[in-house]
Ligand binder design. Structure first.
Ligand SMILES: *Cc1c(COP(=O)(O)O)cnc(C)c1O
Ligand code: SF4
Length: 365
């Protein structure tokens, strides 16, 4: 028997490489998962207990990267529920207070000159530590064209906005024509200088990066794109090809990872991830401190551990391979360095944002 991944899913190679097929064949239940990987007792119980609270969905491609014999596999832990999600007494639904920073539904503004525009609520799969858990995968959030138009109108009326970050959910889950409609509307606004895409699809569904897509994107330059690799195991030939298509279309590709306990919070793994990204011409941009988000205590890493890790990389690899370690706060992102910590108060650390705003973060133990 061949061990090609499409054989395990009873598909042809052609189907496997078709992003529509991948979207339709996504794994959504313990039974479907069991056909590929026997869930551990903990995973099976967690899928049953958490299914309604935060959707469990995995693309066949991403599932094919999971280690079937190890439930601590760093790919598996990102997407398969665990009972530990039920054990987080301090996590919050909206730790960045994004709802309060929303001038109009779907837009989040914490900086004068740029906005995050949540254009949809769907992703190819759902990451268990997702910051937008409160809305992604939730059908009540489905965005109507009228709501997108209202957000575009707000951007049109707000001349300070020079940088629009399309996020979600994942904007590349849209069909090309819908995405093109959005880009065309935004490009028609003279003060919008750059458009950025925040997408995990090069990692979770690399076949989405088709020639047609990049040819369309090229018409709306300057377009920048940030993707979200967390572990070197995700740097597959398929992902490399997706990044190559994007960069050849003149789109600078960056990476935003999240520091996740037991997944990438050790020097060797982070170094391998960042050096692997640079080999793909993807620039590690930010590595986020995991937020105080509901159901994610088992992913959070003490800030000191993050500081030690990024200090250890300095001088030991290319500067290009070292992302900025940041804490996102309701005032914006704060680069984490030892000197950024102004004060400690019990388990809290106090940092100051670019605008002088002070933020106290509970430091994970
Ligand atoms: C991260 C973020 C941005 C972009 O920040 P950069 O530091 O420019 O990458 C813009 N708006 C919001 C709400 C953000 O969270
Ligand atoms: S791809 Fe991004 S937005 Fe979607 S579930 Fe994962 S972290 Fe959340």
């Amino acid at each position: 028997m061949s061990d090609a991944p499409w054989d395990r899913f009873g598909a042809t190679r052609e189907q496997w490489c078709d992003w529509g097929w991948q979207m339709r064949q996504r794994i959504r239940s313990a039974e479907e998962l069991a056909k590929i990987i026997p869930p551990s007792e903990d995973e099976a119980a967690a899928i049953a207990a958490l299914g309604d609270r935060f959707r469990f969905v995995i693309t066949p491609y991403y599932a094919s990267l999971m280690d079937r014999n190890d439930s601590d596999c760093p790919v598996r832990r990102q997407v398969v529920p665990r009972l530990a999600e039920l054990d987080d007494p301090v996590g919050l639904a909206d730790p960045l207070d994004e709802v309060a920073h929303s001038p109009v539904k779907n837009l989040v503004r914490v900086y004068p000159d740029r906005v995050a525009f949540c254009v949809n609520n769907e992703c190819a799969l759902y990451c268990r530590y997702c910051l937008r858990k409160r809305m992604v995968g939730d059908e009540d959030w489905t965005m109507k064209r009228r709501e997108l138009t209202a957000a575009i109108d707000w951007i049109r009326r707000t001349p300070e906005i020079r940088d629009v970050l399309l996020t979600g959910g994942d904007p590349l889950v849209f069909a090309d024509d819908r995405l093109e409609w959005l880009l065309r509307e935004l490009r028609a606004i003279p003060h919008v200088e750059i458009i950025r895409l925040g997408t995990r699809l090069p990692v979770t569904l690399p076949f989405r990066i088709t020639d047609d897509l990049v040819r369309m994107l090229e018409r709306y330059h300057p377009i920048w794109l940030n993707t979200h690799f967390n572990h070197p195991r995700e740097l597959t030939p398929e992902a490399a090809e997706a990044c190559d298509r994007l960069t050849r279309a003149g789109i600078p590709v960056g990476n935003q990872s999240v520091l996740l306990a037991g997944i990438n919070d050790d020097i060797a793994t982070m170094k391998a991830l960042c050096e692997g990204l640079v080999r793909l011409r993807v620039r590690p941009y930010y590595c986020y401190q995991a937020q105080l988000l509901e159901g994610t205590a088992h992913f959070r890493v003490p800030i000191e551990r993050g500081l030690d890790l990024f200090e250890a990389l300095r001088g030991r690899t290319s500067g290009y391979a070292i992302p900025l370690y940041v804490l996102d706060t309701p005032h914006g992102k704060v680069p984490l360095q030892r000197s950024a910590i102004r004060r400690r108060d019990g388990d809290y650390v106090e940092v100051e944002a670019w605008n002088g705003g002070v933020w106290r973060e509970l430091n994970p133990t």
